[in-house]
Design a protein around this ligand. Sequence first.
Ligand SMILES: *[C@@H]1O[C@H](CO)[C@@H](O)[C@H](O)[C@H]1NC(C)=O
Ligand SMILES: *[C@@H]1O[C@H](CO)[C@@H](O)[C@H](O)[C@H]1NC(C)=O
Length: 538
Amino acid sequence: MEMTRLLHLICGILVLLLRFSVVKADDPYRFFTWTVTYGTIAPLGVPQQVILINGQFPGPRLDCVTNDNIVLNLINKLDEPFLLTWNGIKQRKNSWQDGVLGTNCPIPPNKNYTYIFQPKDQIGSYTYFPSTAMHRASGGFGAINVYSRSVIPIPYPTPAGEFTLLIGDWHKTNHKTLQRTLDSGRALPFPDGILINGQIHTTFSGDQGKTYKFRISNVGLSTSFNFRIQGHKMKVVEVEGSHVMQNVYDSIDVHVGQSLAVLVTLDQAPKDYYIVASTRFTRRVLTSTAVLHYSNSHTPVSGPVPAAPRLQFHWSMQQARTFRWNLTANAARPNPQGSYHYGRITRSRTIVLSNSAPLINGKQRYAVNSVSYINPDTPLKLADYFNIPGVFSTNSIESTPTLGSAHIATSLMPASLHEFIEVIFQNDENTMQAWHLDGYDFWVVGFGSGKWSSARRRSYNLVDAPTRHTTQVYPKSWTAILVSLDNQGMWNLRSSMWSRQYLGQQFYLKVWTPVKSLANEYNIPSNVLLCGRAKRGF
Ligand SMILES: *[C@@H]1O[C@H](CO)[C@@H](O)[C@H](O)[C@H]1NC(C)=O
Ligand SMILES: *[C@@H]1O[C@H](CO)[C@@H](O)[C@H](O)[C@H]1NC(C)=O
């Protein structure tokens, strides 16, 4: 008895020391204080209310280096509860900081919450945005650039400069009005325009002969766009933290929630050139331009704006297949990306997720496997931690599509830590989809049209598929991903298309093991916000 207690004590101390060395280590700290307010600007010529962070629209760029400790105090000065989520930051062992309503209580008006997290073993181009209500429709989003540590070589010469482009569809309508539209059971209206860094006339300047990195993200609500630069080729080097084979493109499709980085050499005559983003797969095409200015240019932009590819889904799917992992490049750590042979790992099971747009009680909703998710008043993560019954049930969503009508529930799918799963996104609808998983990146191994069947596995890329956090699914098509469930926590699997997410096309994946250990998951933060039944007692 005495001996066991002693052992427990020693183990406890060791775990504490370990946690200390894991979290503190020598990794630098970066402190931020961000205040969220309303402001008025006129991005499309009409004054409208937007969401600012530290007075900026889009919000400030969060620059950091792999493994930095980010301490970010977010002060909410809006009239509604608010949260930011860090799209693509894996929050290793730390879903406490994910900033979605299933893991965090929203920050009440005039209150603050200090997020503490690390982009652990990550590099690349990401974004953050509000996860609450329809706030994202009014701004509050920004870029996260995770730079490589100086000791890790990157697989291309250091560019002469970098530009960050946040591109997205935009509504002149206020987020509360859009929310009321959705709440009343109607679909989101067609957007009014496309913004590039919150504007419709941004200029990016560089020197002739030099090469620049453009980090491009789709921060819109629902529309894919095609991106191109007049007279210039783009070499894709990174897709959501994966170094990819450096192929050259005239134009690139970027879907909602996705990010990538390209290198562009200013190898043309000194003049100004159009940078173009136009909506893809929409009946009416919205186009927005910016300017690539050569520092020695005296000639303004001219000539026709370069056209988008004429071909639609087939072209886009073919292009998606050309994004491949560079197996010999390092990622955030000095081991080649291909040293992990994901194609040879036995899959524990296959999950098939089918999206739909049902009417429930006469109102437009969106669902996955016939369940339309609804947020409880208590975050699932806290209900799980405090053992509060009745918030969710673990058999609330099937792992294959079900027949029958859709219903509303707080859906959670259980999974075991270290499972290696195959997920098929089956899109039987006639519209584009984009799916995102928090806490992970995954291998996008296949795209195909029609219904997925096990025979389609023969077409998978099991050698050099890229890893990413958001994948598109084409209309009447499927996309297959493989995920190594090595990150314990409560993770949101959602449509990146925000009205679909808002009206139920999401659920939580609880990745769990009965062994309670700080090696698997960090403790609840000491400054955790409590709400719902976690606050009232139970
Ligand atoms: C709110 O900010 C203060 C510092 O101004 C900080 O001490 C406190 O921990 C923050 N609250 C939360 C819940 O993080
Ligand atoms: C892959 O990465 C290696 C190693 O960094 C680099 O030398 C090579 O150019 C890259 N290959 C392609 C095709 O991008």
